[in-house]
Design a protein around this ligand. Structure first.
Ligand SMILES: [Zn+2]
Ligand SMILES: [Zn+2]
Length: 352
């Protein structure tokens, strides 16, 4: 069964009809599980050790400062670089900045730049229907299916349970044809090492050559920072398709939501309903008070002349996509009412 056939059979509430699994050697699958375990469990082990070392002693300002610095560096690498620049082409960056952003994003332990881009483009092509690599609706909209789906969308999908692996040839041919992106992609293992070694080296230098200072910086600005950023990014895949509101229209079955509590930590990515409604738009937090730090950074790059052709939101385009209160929508032909997620995962019209 192809993804298209599976979609035709999908009713919007049941589990996804399974597409036929691709033939994958058990050794290849085992390798993927092992590598993913290191990338996912490693930062968690770091968190446990860091908390144990912190117990009763406090944590140094230098460690917190370094952790915030590396969080922003690698976080913007993912949101501004991987996501808005490379996946959705919301703006054109100068070649050096494009490479720098791809390097920064690769240091987030979220996979190499080409695989990340291909997977995310596939997520937009099949959002919340068969073919989506990480939809929380994969196992249906009942309470058990929803819990399983949440675990799958958050982290389970990384372990290769997808019946059809994402093809970079199909979803990211532009990056495959770009030699600089190919180089950054093959440097992924080295960039993971650098993501840990750099904070440790800076901590060592700031601590006048103390091994303990290097270790604390490695834990807080390395492993704990990676752990937090990974789970914030994955929460956009899981929570931002389940909780929150949906002020803008999206494609059929697409249940992406705006979830304000994650706005700052996700650097603006949790305005996810707005993003799914207009994926190429460079700003995701478009309404008053919606903090979008990534859009702020793109604006700074634009002022500095480092990026061009930024696709900023247009008021007319936004208004065409905005859902109206249910009583108003009834009066306007072709306009959709506001939707909020119901406990069973189905979106319902509300008058709020
Ligand atoms: Zn999404
Ligand atoms: Zn996207």
């Amino acid at each position: 069964m192809t993804a298209a056939t599976a979609t035709a059979k999908y009713d919007g509430t049941g589990a996804f009809p399974e597409a036929e699994p691709a033939a994958r050697a058990p050794r290849q699958r085992g390798m993927q599980v092992a590598v993913t375990m290191i990338l996912v469990a490693g930062p968690f082990v770091g968190l446990v050790i860091a908390l144990w070392m912190l117990w009763g002693r406090g944590v140094g300002l230098a460690d917190i400062g370094l952790a915030v610095f590396f969080y922003l560096l690698t976080g913007f690498g993912v949101t501004v670089g991987f996501h808005r620049c490379l996946t959705h082409r919301s703006f054109t960056a100068r070649p050096a900045l494009r490479v720098a952003l791809a390097i920064a994003g690769s240091m987030s332990f979220e996979g190499d730049v080409i695989t990340w881009t291909a997977t995310h483009r596939r997520h937009h092509a099949f959002t919340d229907r068969p073919g989506d690599p990480h939809s929380p609706y994969r196992f249906g909209t009942g309470p058990v299916g929803q819990l399983r789906g949440l675990a799958h969308a958050h982290v389970g999908w990384l372990f290769g349970s997808d019946p059809i692996p994402t093809s970079p040839q199909r979803y990211a041919p532009d990056l495959l044809a770009d030699r600089s992106m190919q180089r950054v992609s093959s440097a992924f293992p080295a960039l993971c090492v650098a993501s840990l070694a750099l904070p440790a080296a800076i901590g060592w230098a700031l601590g006048a050559g103390s091994a303990r200072a290097a270790l604390l910086a490695l834990l807080w600005a390395g492993l704990v920072r990676i752990f937090l950023l990974q789970h914030v990014t994955w929460s956009v895949n899981s929570l931002c398709h389940l909780l929150g509101n949906r002020p803008f229209t999206t494609r059929r079955h697409d249940r992406a939501t705006n979830l304000w509590p994650l706005a700052v930590l996700s650097l603006g990515e949790s305005w996810h309903n707005t993003h799914h409604s207009d994926p190429a738009c460079a700003r995701h937090g478009v309404d008053r008070g919606q903090i979008d730090l990534s859009a702020g950074l793109i604006r700074m790059f634009e002022r500095a002349g480092w990026v061009s052709g930024v696709r900023w939101p247009s008021a007319a385009r936004l208004e065409r996509r905005r859902r109206l209160p249910v009583d108003v929508a009834a009066q306007v032909p072709g306009r959709s009412p506001v939707l909020t997620p119901a406990p069973d995962g189905a979106a319902r019209a509300t008058s709020t």
